[in-house]
Ligand binder design. Structure first.
Ligand SMILES: Cc1ncc(C[n+]2csc(CCOP(=O)(O)OP(=O)(O)O)c2C)c(N)n1
Ligand code: SF4
Ligand SMILES: [Mg+2]
Length: 339
């Protein structure tokens, strides 16, 4: 349980919301932002800070959630917030947490629990800032949450492809051509699995999608109450970059989970727990075909049957052959080990 007096191991006591009716009504990310209509990342910011509450400092690396949220003289943030450089969410989280701890220890600040959340995009977090996030996750003495909002491109600078852009997607760096249909042929990084697997002292890593809002907020609360550095990966449909009608954001988030493309899980103190429809899939429920998700988005409009089949095959492999379905890609080869 949280040791709020000494801060050795927790930030705030944040009990889970027991259902949507129990969610608090106060907003700390309100009007004043200029994100696109249907922007799921803006919803993630709103839910994230609603879950964390007012005694929170938010740090944001460059990207849509910085630029569109902090136009001169207008900001939706009601809590203290600071911009940080594109690859610096890890450093900003660690530095702020260490600074607070030091000021409280020296008696220069009242000793009280304060949440530190640093968010980053997929470009800033999974590509440019991965090393700093990794370093932060090894510093178990400092409490922070790093939330990666994944709209699957460098969206703010006009949809360039990142290490989290899905296979084959049309971005400004990978336009389909007549000679070569698919320009981007790399499979997406498994960022949450990688960070959970590689940081044995990080006590909490989770994946979320705002289509499942209460679950998402409760994972934020759990991460903040856990103590030490924690990490959450959120998949965020982006109408502009994914090229679909903004009213489909919620449905696309659900489809990403129902097709098995984006599994919802947490790794808490080394124990894996699957959530919601992902849990049902692990227990035998059929996954929806990936084409139901892909063909609703203009960024895959150039796909032919062969591309859809390849995508499906890769997702099937994740569920049928990975050591931990959807999380850890290793396979045991016991026969080879005996040789
Ligand atoms: C070091 C550095 N390189 C490039 C940029 C230009 N830049 C600003 S936002 C951005 C895109 C960031 O992508 P992501 O982190 O995925 O966030 P998103 O825009 O998608 O929300 C880029 C490349 C920058 N600000 N700093
Ligand atoms: S480009 Fe995408 S992430 Fe950026 S504000 Fe628009 S919908 Fe949101
Ligand atoms: Mg992005």
């Amino acid at each position: 349980m949280a040791e709020t007096a000494t801060f050795t191991n927790a930030t705030q006591q944040l009990e889970p919301f027991k259902g949507v009716k129990k969610v608090t009504i106060e907003e700390y990310f309100s009007s004043g932002h200029r994100t696109c209509q249907g922007c799921e990342s803006a919803l993630v910011m709103k839910l994230m800070i609603k879950a964390a509450g007012p005694r929170t400092i938010v740090l944001g690396s460059t990207g849509c959630m910085y630029v569109a949220n902090t136009t001169y003289y207008s900001t939706p943030w009601v809590v203290p917030w600071m911009h940080t450089q594109l690859g610096s969410s890890g450093s900003a989280a660690l530095g702020t947490a260490a600074g607070l701890k030091s000021l409280m220890k020296k008696g220069k600040m009242k000793t009280e629990p304060i949440n530190v959340i640093a968010f980053c995009g997929d470009g800033g977090g999974a590509d440019m800032g991965l090393a700093a996030i990794s370093a932060t996750l090894t510093h178990k003495e400092y409490n922070s949450l790093i939330l990666l909002y994944d709209n699957e491109s460098y969206a703010n600078t006009d949809i360039q492809l990142s290490g989290l852009t899905p296979y084959g997607a049309h971005t400004t760096f990978s336009p389909p051509g007549t000679v070569k249909r698919l320009i981007h042929t790399r499979w997406k990084k498994n960022v949450a699995g990688m960070l959970a697997g590689g940081h044995p002292e990080c006590r909490y890593v989770a994946t979320v999608c705002a289509s499942y809002a209460v679950e998402m907020m409760n994972k934020v609360r759990k991460a903040l109450a856990k103590g030490g550095p924690t990490f959450i990966h959120s998949l965020d449909p982006c109408p502009k970059g994914w090229d679909y009608d903004p009213m489909l954001s919620h449905e696309l988030g659900e489809l990403a989970v129902e097709t098995g493309i984006f599994p919802l899980y947490e790794v808490e103190d080394g124990v894996v727990r699957y959530y919601g429809k992902t849990k049902a899939i692990v227990e035998g429920r059929q996954r929806k075909p990936v084409r139901e998700y892909l063909l609703k988005q203009g960024r895959f409009a150039h796909f032919v049957e062969e591309d859809l089949a390849y995508f499906q095959e890769k997702v099937d492999e994740m569920w049928e052959r990975w050591e931990l379905p959807g999380i850890v890609a290793f396979r045991k080869d016991l026969e080879a080990a005996k040789k």
